[in-house]
Design a protein around this ligand. Structure first.
Ligand code: TXA
Ligand code: MG
Length: 332
Protein backbone atom coordinates (compact mmCIF):
# COMPACT_ATOMS: atom_id res chain seq x y z
CA UNK A 1 0.00 0.00 0.00
CA UNK A 2 1.90 3.06 -1.36
CA UNK A 3 4.95 2.41 0.85
CA UNK A 4 2.91 2.58 4.06
CA UNK A 5 3.26 -0.58 6.17
CA UNK A 6 0.43 -2.02 8.23
CA UNK A 7 2.61 -1.32 11.31
CA UNK A 8 2.69 2.38 10.38
CA UNK A 9 -1.09 2.38 9.90
CA UNK A 10 -1.56 0.75 13.30
CA UNK A 11 0.80 3.23 14.94
CA UNK A 12 -1.07 6.18 13.39
CA UNK A 13 -4.43 4.76 14.45
CA UNK A 14 -3.06 4.29 17.95
CA UNK A 15 -1.89 7.92 18.10
CA UNK A 16 -5.39 9.02 17.05
CA UNK A 17 -7.00 6.84 19.72
CA UNK A 18 -4.72 8.42 22.34
CA UNK A 19 -5.81 11.93 21.40
CA UNK A 20 -2.77 12.72 19.24
CA UNK A 21 -2.52 14.27 15.78
CA UNK A 22 -1.22 12.73 12.55
CA UNK A 23 -0.65 13.83 8.95
CA UNK A 24 -3.06 11.74 6.88
CA UNK A 25 -2.85 11.30 3.09
CA UNK A 26 -6.16 11.45 1.25
CA UNK A 27 -6.92 11.44 -2.48
CA UNK A 28 -7.60 15.21 -2.37
CA UNK A 29 -4.99 16.81 -0.07
CA UNK A 30 -3.23 15.76 3.16
CA UNK A 31 -5.20 16.23 6.37
CA UNK A 32 -4.18 17.14 9.91
CA UNK A 33 -6.15 14.43 11.66
CA UNK A 34 -7.54 13.92 15.16
CA UNK A 35 -10.28 11.90 16.89
CA UNK A 36 -13.44 13.87 16.04
CA UNK A 37 -15.10 12.91 19.33
CA UNK A 38 -12.17 14.02 21.50
CA UNK A 39 -12.56 17.77 22.15
CA UNK A 40 -8.97 18.21 23.41
CA UNK A 41 -7.60 16.54 20.28
CA UNK A 42 -9.81 18.72 18.07
CA UNK A 43 -8.67 21.83 19.96
CA UNK A 44 -5.08 20.81 19.26
CA UNK A 45 -5.88 20.78 15.53
CA UNK A 46 -7.33 24.30 15.64
CA UNK A 47 -4.34 25.45 17.65
CA UNK A 48 -1.72 23.81 15.39
CA UNK A 49 -3.27 25.32 12.26
CA UNK A 50 -3.90 28.73 13.77
CA UNK A 51 -7.49 28.33 12.68
CA UNK A 52 -10.43 30.14 14.34
CA UNK A 53 -12.36 27.62 16.46
CA UNK A 54 -15.70 28.56 14.84
CA UNK A 55 -14.38 27.44 11.43
CA UNK A 56 -15.71 23.85 11.33
CA UNK A 57 -13.71 20.75 10.35
CA UNK A 58 -14.64 17.85 8.08
CA UNK A 59 -15.21 14.55 9.90
CA UNK A 60 -13.84 11.59 7.94
CA UNK A 61 -15.58 8.24 8.34
CA UNK A 62 -14.67 4.68 7.36
CA UNK A 63 -17.98 4.09 5.56
CA UNK A 64 -21.51 5.40 5.10
CA UNK A 65 -22.74 3.33 8.05
CA UNK A 66 -20.90 5.75 10.37
CA UNK A 67 -22.97 8.71 9.15
CA UNK A 68 -25.90 7.99 11.48
CA UNK A 69 -23.63 8.52 14.46
CA UNK A 70 -22.92 12.12 13.44
CA UNK A 71 -25.86 13.22 11.33
CA UNK A 72 -29.61 13.18 11.58
CA UNK A 73 -32.17 13.65 8.79
CA UNK A 74 -30.13 12.44 5.85
CA UNK A 75 -32.22 13.40 2.80
CA UNK A 76 -32.65 10.97 -0.10
CA UNK A 77 -30.52 13.12 -2.41
CA UNK A 78 -27.68 12.95 0.13
CA UNK A 79 -28.00 9.16 0.31
CA UNK A 80 -27.76 9.04 -3.47
CA UNK A 81 -24.68 11.27 -3.51
CA UNK A 82 -22.97 9.05 -0.94
CA UNK A 83 -23.86 5.92 -2.90
CA UNK A 84 -22.44 7.45 -6.08
CA UNK A 85 -19.26 9.10 -4.82
CA UNK A 86 -18.15 7.51 -1.53
CA UNK A 87 -15.47 6.62 -0.90
CA UNK A 88 -14.23 9.68 -2.76
CA UNK A 89 -13.68 13.45 -2.94
CA UNK A 90 -17.15 14.56 -1.80
CA UNK A 91 -18.08 16.17 1.54
CA UNK A 92 -21.69 16.47 2.67
CA UNK A 93 -22.98 19.00 5.19
CA UNK A 94 -25.80 17.44 7.24
CA UNK A 95 -27.82 18.37 10.33
CA UNK A 96 -25.69 17.25 13.29
CA UNK A 97 -26.79 14.84 15.99
CA UNK A 98 -27.20 16.87 19.17
CA UNK A 99 -24.29 16.62 21.60
CA UNK A 100 -21.89 14.92 19.15
CA UNK A 101 -18.64 16.33 17.75
CA UNK A 102 -19.45 19.87 18.87
CA UNK A 103 -15.81 20.97 18.83
CA UNK A 104 -15.20 19.60 15.32
CA UNK A 105 -18.39 21.29 14.11
CA UNK A 106 -17.13 24.60 15.48
CA UNK A 107 -20.36 25.17 17.39
CA UNK A 108 -22.53 24.83 14.26
CA UNK A 109 -25.73 22.77 14.13
CA UNK A 110 -24.45 20.95 11.06
CA UNK A 111 -21.55 18.56 10.49
CA UNK A 112 -19.37 17.99 7.42
CA UNK A 113 -18.81 14.30 6.57
CA UNK A 114 -16.62 12.58 4.03
CA UNK A 115 -15.42 9.03 3.37
CA UNK A 116 -12.09 9.32 1.54
CA UNK A 117 -10.91 6.80 -1.05
CA UNK A 118 -7.14 6.91 -0.50
CA UNK A 119 -6.21 3.37 0.61
CA UNK A 120 -4.02 4.67 3.46
CA UNK A 121 -6.78 6.98 4.73
CA UNK A 122 -9.33 4.16 4.60
CA UNK A 123 -6.97 1.76 6.37
CA UNK A 124 -6.28 4.27 9.16
CA UNK A 125 -10.00 5.00 9.56
CA UNK A 126 -10.85 1.30 9.74
CA UNK A 127 -8.11 0.41 12.24
CA UNK A 128 -8.79 3.53 14.33
CA UNK A 129 -12.46 2.56 14.45
CA UNK A 130 -11.51 -0.79 15.98
CA UNK A 131 -9.55 1.21 18.59
CA UNK A 132 -12.67 3.25 19.39
CA UNK A 133 -12.25 6.25 17.06
CA UNK A 134 -15.60 6.69 15.30
CA UNK A 135 -14.64 9.59 13.07
CA UNK A 136 -11.53 11.59 12.26
CA UNK A 137 -11.64 15.37 12.06
CA UNK A 138 -9.14 16.59 9.48
CA UNK A 139 -8.71 19.98 7.90
CA UNK A 140 -6.06 20.34 5.21
CA UNK A 141 -2.64 20.03 6.89
CA UNK A 142 -1.43 23.56 6.26
CA UNK A 143 -1.27 26.66 8.40
CA UNK A 144 -4.49 28.67 8.19
CA UNK A 145 -4.56 30.75 5.01
CA UNK A 146 -1.82 28.97 3.08
CA UNK A 147 -1.86 26.47 0.21
CA UNK A 148 -3.08 22.94 0.96
CA UNK A 149 -0.43 20.18 1.03
CA UNK A 150 -0.42 17.49 -1.64
CA UNK A 151 2.72 15.63 -0.52
CA UNK A 152 4.05 14.40 2.82
CA UNK A 153 6.99 16.81 2.43
CA UNK A 154 4.57 19.77 2.24
CA UNK A 155 3.05 18.65 5.55
CA UNK A 156 6.44 18.25 7.23
CA UNK A 157 7.39 21.79 6.18
CA UNK A 158 4.49 23.19 8.20
CA UNK A 159 4.54 20.63 11.04
CA UNK A 160 8.10 19.27 11.44
CA UNK A 161 7.42 17.11 14.49
CA UNK A 162 4.12 15.61 13.31
CA UNK A 163 3.81 11.88 12.52
CA UNK A 164 3.03 11.94 8.78
CA UNK A 165 2.09 8.87 6.75
CA UNK A 166 3.57 9.21 3.28
CA UNK A 167 0.86 8.11 0.86
CA UNK A 168 2.52 9.73 -2.15
CA UNK A 169 1.33 12.74 -4.14
CA UNK A 170 -2.45 13.18 -3.83
CA UNK A 171 -4.28 11.98 -6.95
CA UNK A 172 -6.96 14.68 -7.11
CA UNK A 173 -4.82 17.53 -5.78
CA UNK A 174 -7.53 20.03 -4.76
CA UNK A 175 -9.90 19.76 -1.80
CA UNK A 176 -13.14 17.81 -1.88
CA UNK A 177 -16.35 19.13 -3.40
CA UNK A 178 -18.61 20.33 -0.54
CA UNK A 179 -22.40 20.07 -0.84
CA UNK A 180 -24.71 21.45 1.80
CA UNK A 181 -27.47 18.88 2.31
CA UNK A 182 -29.03 20.60 5.33
CA UNK A 183 -31.29 23.07 3.47
CA UNK A 184 -33.87 20.92 1.70
CA UNK A 185 -32.04 21.10 -1.65
CA UNK A 186 -28.39 20.34 -2.35
CA UNK A 187 -26.21 23.47 -2.56
CA UNK A 188 -22.63 23.46 -3.82
CA UNK A 189 -20.43 25.29 -1.29
CA UNK A 190 -16.99 24.45 -2.64
CA UNK A 191 -16.33 23.16 -6.15
CA UNK A 192 -13.88 20.28 -6.46
CA UNK A 193 -13.26 17.80 -9.24
CA UNK A 194 -16.84 16.45 -9.42
CA UNK A 195 -18.82 18.52 -11.92
CA UNK A 196 -22.23 20.07 -11.19
CA UNK A 197 -23.87 17.95 -13.88
CA UNK A 198 -22.31 14.73 -12.52
CA UNK A 199 -23.47 15.69 -9.03
CA UNK A 200 -26.99 16.66 -10.12
CA UNK A 201 -27.41 13.46 -12.08
CA UNK A 202 -26.36 11.35 -9.10
CA UNK A 203 -28.45 13.38 -6.63
CA UNK A 204 -31.57 13.03 -8.77
CA UNK A 205 -32.30 16.75 -8.25
CA UNK A 206 -30.39 19.82 -9.46
CA UNK A 207 -27.44 20.79 -7.27
CA UNK A 208 -27.65 24.55 -6.79
CA UNK A 209 -24.77 26.96 -6.87
CA UNK A 210 -24.17 28.93 -3.68
CA UNK A 211 -24.26 32.71 -4.30
CA UNK A 212 -21.23 32.96 -1.99
CA UNK A 213 -19.15 31.18 -4.62
CA UNK A 214 -19.52 34.09 -7.03
CA UNK A 215 -17.70 36.26 -4.57
CA UNK A 216 -14.06 35.31 -4.89
CA UNK A 217 -12.92 38.91 -4.55
CA UNK A 218 -12.74 39.35 -0.87
CA UNK A 219 -15.18 40.28 1.79
CA UNK A 220 -13.02 40.19 4.92
CA UNK A 221 -12.21 36.90 6.60
CA UNK A 222 -14.23 37.95 9.62
CA UNK A 223 -17.24 38.85 7.51
CA UNK A 224 -17.19 35.41 5.92
CA UNK A 225 -16.80 33.63 9.22
CA UNK A 226 -19.79 35.66 10.40
CA UNK A 227 -21.72 34.18 7.49
CA UNK A 228 -20.91 30.65 8.62
CA UNK A 229 -22.11 27.97 8.36
CA UNK A 230 -22.65 28.93 4.73
CA UNK A 231 -19.07 28.40 3.52
CA UNK A 232 -16.16 29.51 5.62
CA UNK A 233 -13.88 27.75 3.13
CA UNK A 234 -14.62 30.50 0.66
CA UNK A 235 -12.38 32.94 2.51
CA UNK A 236 -11.11 34.87 -0.46
CA UNK A 237 -7.40 34.48 0.20
CA UNK A 238 -7.64 30.97 1.60
CA UNK A 239 -5.34 29.41 -0.97
CA UNK A 240 -2.77 32.16 -1.44
CA UNK A 241 0.98 31.62 -1.70
CA UNK A 242 3.39 34.43 -0.74
CA UNK A 243 4.10 35.56 -4.28
CA UNK A 244 1.37 37.58 -5.93
CA UNK A 245 -0.69 35.36 -8.25
CA UNK A 246 -2.26 36.88 -11.38
CA UNK A 247 -4.63 35.22 -13.82
CA UNK A 248 -3.91 36.45 -17.35
CA UNK A 249 -4.29 35.39 -20.95
CA UNK A 250 -1.06 34.32 -22.62
CA UNK A 251 -1.26 37.39 -24.92
CA UNK A 252 -1.46 39.68 -21.90
CA UNK A 253 1.52 37.95 -20.36
CA UNK A 254 3.69 38.45 -23.42
CA UNK A 255 2.83 42.13 -23.71
CA UNK A 256 3.42 42.76 -19.99
CA UNK A 257 6.70 40.89 -19.93
CA UNK A 258 8.61 43.56 -21.84
CA UNK A 259 9.90 46.11 -19.40
CA UNK A 260 9.13 44.00 -16.30
CA UNK A 261 11.40 44.71 -13.39
CA UNK A 262 9.98 42.11 -11.00
CA UNK A 263 10.77 38.40 -11.15
CA UNK A 264 7.93 36.33 -12.52
CA UNK A 265 7.19 32.68 -13.11
CA UNK A 266 4.65 31.66 -15.76
CA UNK A 267 2.36 28.63 -15.85
CA UNK A 268 0.55 28.47 -19.18
CA UNK A 269 -1.10 25.96 -21.50
CA UNK A 270 0.20 27.96 -24.44
CA UNK A 271 3.86 27.29 -25.23
CA UNK A 272 5.49 30.71 -24.74
CA UNK A 273 8.79 32.02 -25.95
CA UNK A 274 9.83 33.98 -22.86
CA UNK A 275 12.86 36.24 -22.32
CA UNK A 276 15.93 34.74 -20.64
CA UNK A 277 15.60 34.75 -16.87
CA UNK A 278 11.83 34.29 -16.87
CA UNK A 279 10.73 30.89 -15.62
CA UNK A 280 8.07 29.18 -17.71
CA UNK A 281 6.34 25.90 -16.88
CA UNK A 282 3.77 24.11 -19.03
CA UNK A 283 0.30 23.98 -17.49
CA UNK A 284 -1.56 20.75 -18.31
CA UNK A 285 -4.41 21.19 -20.78
CA UNK A 286 -6.40 18.52 -18.96
CA UNK A 287 -8.35 19.83 -15.94
CA UNK A 288 -7.76 16.76 -13.75
CA UNK A 289 -4.02 16.76 -14.42
CA UNK A 290 -3.95 20.50 -13.78
CA UNK A 291 -5.68 20.07 -10.39
CA UNK A 292 -3.23 17.28 -9.57
CA UNK A 293 -0.26 19.63 -10.10
CA UNK A 294 -1.79 22.95 -9.02
CA UNK A 295 -0.80 23.36 -5.36
CA UNK A 296 2.64 21.76 -5.76
CA UNK A 297 3.32 24.10 -8.68
CA UNK A 298 2.28 27.21 -6.74
CA UNK A 299 4.48 26.09 -3.84
CA UNK A 300 7.47 25.36 -6.08
CA UNK A 301 7.26 28.74 -7.82
CA UNK A 302 6.77 30.48 -4.51
CA UNK A 303 9.84 28.72 -3.10
CA UNK A 304 11.95 30.08 -5.95
CA UNK A 305 11.34 33.52 -4.53
CA UNK A 306 9.63 35.09 -7.56
CA UNK A 307 7.58 38.21 -6.89
CA UNK A 308 4.70 37.19 -9.10
CA UNK A 309 3.22 33.96 -10.45
CA UNK A 310 1.30 34.41 -13.67
CA UNK A 311 -1.16 31.66 -14.46
CA UNK A 312 -3.04 31.38 -17.73
CA UNK A 313 -6.77 31.87 -17.18
CA UNK A 314 -8.38 28.39 -17.21
CA UNK A 315 -10.80 27.53 -20.03
CA UNK A 316 -14.56 27.92 -19.60
CA UNK A 317 -16.53 24.78 -18.84
CA UNK A 318 -17.51 22.92 -15.71
CA UNK A 319 -14.55 20.52 -15.83
CA UNK A 320 -12.43 23.50 -14.79
CA UNK A 321 -14.70 24.85 -12.01
CA UNK A 322 -12.55 23.52 -9.16
CA UNK A 323 -9.25 24.66 -10.63
CA UNK A 324 -10.72 28.07 -11.59
CA UNK A 325 -12.07 28.52 -8.04
CA UNK A 326 -8.69 27.79 -6.40
CA UNK A 327 -6.82 30.01 -8.84
CA UNK A 328 -9.24 32.91 -8.37
CA UNK A 329 -8.81 32.64 -4.62
CA UNK A 330 -5.02 32.43 -4.92
CA UNK A 331 -5.15 35.59 -7.03
CA UNK A 332 -7.63 37.47 -4.77
O1 TXA B 1 -10.49 17.42 0.61
C1 TXA B 1 -10.79 17.84 1.71
O2 TXA B 1 -11.94 18.19 2.01
C2 TXA B 1 -9.65 17.95 2.75
C3 TXA B 1 -9.18 16.54 3.10
C4 TXA B 1 -8.17 16.53 4.21
O3 TXA B 1 -10.28 15.74 3.41
N1 TXA B 1 -10.08 18.66 3.90
C5 TXA B 1 -10.30 19.98 3.88
O4 TXA B 1 -10.61 20.51 5.12
O5 TXA B 1 -10.23 20.67 2.89
P1 TXA B 1 -10.61 22.06 5.44
O6 TXA B 1 -10.88 22.13 6.91
O7 TXA B 1 -9.37 22.68 4.96
O8 TXA B 1 -11.85 22.57 4.71
C6 TXA B 1 -13.10 22.18 5.19
C7 TXA B 1 -14.14 23.10 4.68
C8 TXA B 1 -14.00 24.46 5.29
O9 TXA B 1 -14.20 25.40 4.28
C9 TXA B 1 -15.13 24.50 6.28
O10 TXA B 1 -15.58 25.77 6.52
C10 TXA B 1 -16.16 23.65 5.59
O11 TXA B 1 -15.41 22.59 5.07
N2 TXA B 1 -17.11 23.12 6.56
C11 TXA B 1 -16.87 22.21 7.52
N3 TXA B 1 -17.97 22.02 8.27
C12 TXA B 1 -18.92 22.80 7.77
C13 TXA B 1 -20.27 23.07 8.10
N4 TXA B 1 -20.87 22.46 9.11
N5 TXA B 1 -20.94 23.95 7.35
C14 TXA B 1 -20.34 24.57 6.30
N6 TXA B 1 -19.07 24.38 5.94
C15 TXA B 1 -18.37 23.51 6.66
MG1 MG C 1 -8.03 23.99 4.13
Amino acid sequence: MVNVSSEAVLQAAHVLSQGGLIGLPTETVYGLAADALNPQAVDAVFHAKGRPANHPLIVHVADAAQVALFAQKVPAFAQRLMAAFWPGPLTLILPKQVGVADAAAGGHATVALRCPSHPVALAVLQVAQRLGVQGVAAPSANLFGSVSPTTAAHVREAFPSLLVLDGGACDVGIESTIIDCSRGAPVLLRPGMLSLSQLSEAAGVPVLHSPLLENTSAPSADALIEQAPAAPGTLASHYAPRARVRLLTSEDMLSRLSGMDVQVALWTRAVLDVPAGVRWVKMPSDAAQCAHELFAQLRAMDAEGVHEIWVETPPDGEAWDGVRDRLQRAAA
